[in-house]
Ligand binder design. Sequence first.
Ligand SMILES: [Zn+2]
Length: 177
Amino acid sequence: MKELALFDKQCLEDAIKAAKDAYEIGNYPVGAVLAVDGEVIAVGYNELDRGNPERRSYVNHAENLLIIKNGIALSDAYKGGKIISLYSTLEPCIQCLGASVTNHVNRILFIESDPNGGACNLRHDNIGIWYKEVWPEIIQYPLSQEPKKMMIEFFHNEIKKGHTEWPKKMLRLYKAS
Ligand SMILES: [Zn+2]
């Protein structure tokens, strides 16, 4: 395993803190950090309903929200030839990976594989030619077991709340992974 720079590790730590914040308010515990040229520009977490059930949407993943909320900064960074890094506690899904590609994220670093929605092993050599040119460098770095532990607790809590199918499936997947 390639050793990460101290800054990258700090960003992953900050992503874990954000995941804890999400967990504490009952959200799916995924945290993310966006950095440009070695400087953190934003930190966020999964916000399924963003505090308002009317805004409930499955696009409100931690990574995707960070990208949407910081569109101008990202576009300026890209135009300025700066390096954009996205850190997440969990392997990005196809949507967040897609948003990263569209917004010229250069590097994606994550801690925990997602056996359910993870898309980082997607082959990009058999889709449109653009993806060969802009695909980010993707690094998994298992800095900590905390993100996985939080997710397992989250699924148990969901089962206690009476939701069963999805969290039980997720527990089975994480047990097997
Ligand atoms: Zn996602």
